[in-house]
Write a protein that binds this ligand. Sequence first.
Ligand SMILES: C[S@@+](CC[C@H](N)C(=O)[O-])C[C@H]1O[C@@H](n2cnc3c(N)ncnc32)[C@H](O)[C@@H]1O
Length: 288
Amino acid sequence: MSAHWWTALQERFRGLAPWDARHISDEWFRAHFDYAADVVNHWVGDVLDVRTARLLNFGCGDGITDLSLVLRYGATAIHGVDIRQEYAKLPRIAREQLGMARIPAALTFETIQPGSPLAGRRKPVDGIMSWSTFEHVQRDQLAPILADLRDCLRPGGYFFIQIEPLFFSPFGSHLKRYDDVPWHHLLVSEDELWKIVRDHEGPIDAAEVDFGFADFGVEGYKRFVFKEYQALNRLTADELLDLAVAAGFNVVRQERRQVDLPIPEPLKGRYPEELLLNNEIFLLLQRP
Ligand SMILES: C[S@@+](CC[C@H](N)C(=O)[O-])C[C@H]1O[C@@H](n2cnc3c(N)ncnc32)[C@H](O)[C@@H]1O
């Protein structure tokens, strides 16, 4: 009998393992358990009943948001996919942060190869969500992945995408934990940027330190985060919209957020103002 079936059986008779949010001590955990899950529920819960919907999380990371959707919003079926295996830490994280003995059977996770097709392998889902992931997908894989995700949905199903920070915004490098100069990645060379990261000393914002930090150590984490910066696809909100429409989605709703910061002289005229100020997009799509 698989561990998942055993958990499902236990839940049938004993309910979900008890948990207590008063144990939460980690700011990364809190940001996902509270904020990210609230936002996903706000958008997805507006068009689907999350308690009965079959959901897919594309780029689920450590799965904290999914766990919260189950515990706080009653989701009963979320399948998380990711090219990394951070979700394997979720049982330990749930134990440490919630005092929870086992993670709910409503959650399943899978490691995928980048760009490997998902459609047709499982029953179509009612909804897909993707949080802070699409800016990390290799650019030439964006169109095929979007088309594949459309095919993972049942007709009429919804897809919610969030990206923050967008590349051309002040901290679009994702390096703010090491460098708080707005738009620095558009102003200095990659070598200069790496020196700033490499030479950084002292603590970094706890809300930006994920559970992978412990695996890498202080210097290894710098190298990891900088490699992530170099791999960003530099997607803009307009490009994301065009790609989604080209993949056959209807746009149901979108919200774009702007930062209120003065644009540095050297960037004026080099990039459109709205590109530099737009740091976040929330996008709700529907498969016709
Ligand atoms: C910044 S993390 C966000 C993770 C999670 N959504 C969260 O909010 O913590 C970006 C995630 O996208 C995943 N990712 C990048 N490219 C991917 C791809 N082609 N397919 C699936 N996941 C991908 C990464 O492994 C990583 O877990």
